[in-house]
Design a protein around this ligand. Structure first.
Ligand SMILES: NC(=O)c1ccc[n+]([C@@H]2O[C@H](COP(=O)([O-])OP(=O)(O)OC[C@H]3O[C@@H](n4cnc5c(N)ncnc54)[C@H](OP(=O)(O)O)[C@@H]3O)[C@@H](O)[C@H]2O)c1
Length: 265
């Protein structure tokens, strides 16, 4: 399809949902893989399956990306010139449903550490190393949620989009490319981990993780800085950018309200 050769990709959160789908899509193209996540047993299981099915080399790094020392270990792997990483997918993430008004700020800290700090730091480590070779791809998983105003998760995902566009500006002319992917609702473990049933979301708005990964990687190959998989969500994205801000906030209140009612039920 697009990116090929004897290349290596590092995927954070590569054991489940979207990350696993990116890993499978890249493995199909012959990429060797480095998978990063916390659960070591699951990492080994997924790595063995991928290595067996696609005859590729799969390395694992057990790391909690909310821990600065662990993030540093992953950054060092990205900086290792003896075994270069050609493509980075900053995908690890989760829902942060804690309100800004909550007295407990720790979920916000963990959310921003994993989905903002680690994403920016690993993008920088990969970008520096790739720039020396004059080639490489950095793919950061943002969300359509970043276009609405639904708490810390929206704020974090808006940051990822903005940070990636800024990175693309810094990388311009270096041969290294940065892409932010903004998926809509995707069927993964994301919602069950957050205790969200998702029953208030209409069926036709749910996406398949493998299709999202394939479409995003095709956009990466085309050199896109912003990738929005599916026509459905391209339309949602365009609408949200043209609607008056009070209307966007009204929509955000309706969706948040439906989610709260769903959680209570
Ligand atoms: N699902 C959706 O509707 C949707 C929509 C738009 C964007 N996204 C974004 O897509 C990305 C992937 O989410 P998903 O839906 O695929 O969720 P998922 O199925 O729950 O997978 C999350 C992955 O991230 C890893 N992870 C979580 N916390 C981590 C940490 N502290 N350190 C290292 N790894 C960690 C998990 O492995 P361990 O638990 O073993 O660490 C797992 O591999 C996230 O950034 C999410 O915000 C999801």
């Amino acid at each position: 399809m697009y990116l090929s050769g004897m290349l290596t990709a590092l995927v954070t959160g590569g054991t489940s949902g979207l990350g696993a789908a990116f890993a499978r899509s890249l493995a199909r193209e012959g990429f060797n893989l480095i998978l990063v996540a916390r659960n070591e047993d699951r990492l080994r299981e997924v790595a063995e399956d991928l290595a067996g099915e696609y005859s590729i080399h799969v390395e694992v790094i057990a790391a909690d990306l909310s821990d600065r020392e662990h993030v540093e270990r992953v950054a060092q792997r990205l900086a290792d010139t003896s075994a270069p990483v050609d493509l980075l997918v900053n995908n690890a993430g989760f829902s942060v449903g804690t309100p800004f008004l909550s007295e407990d700020f720790s979920p916000h800290d963990v959310g921003t550490d994993v989905m903002c700090r680690a994403v920016a730091l690993l993008s920088g480590a990969a970008g520096r190393s790739m720039m020396h070779r004059g080639t490489g791809w950095i793919v950061n998983i943002a969300s359509i949620a970043g276009c609405v105003t639904m708490g810390q998760y929206s704020s974090i995902k808006a940051y990822v989009t903005s940070m990636t566009e800024s990175l693309a500006v810094e990388l311009h002319g270096t041969g290294v490319q940065a892409t932010a992917v903004l998926p809509g609702w995707v069927r993964t473990e994301f919602h069950s981990r957050a205790g969200i049933a998702g029953s208030s979301i209409p069926n036709f708005m749910w996406l398949n993780a493998d299709s999202v990964a394939d479409e995003a990687l095709a956009d990466v190959a085309r050199g896109k800085v912003i990738s929005i998989p599916t026509i459905r969500y391209k339309t949602v994205f365009t609408a949200l950018h043209h609607l008056p801000r009070p209307t966007v906030r009204w929509i955000s209140r309706q969706v948040s309200g439906a989610r709260k009612r769903e959680k209570k039920a």
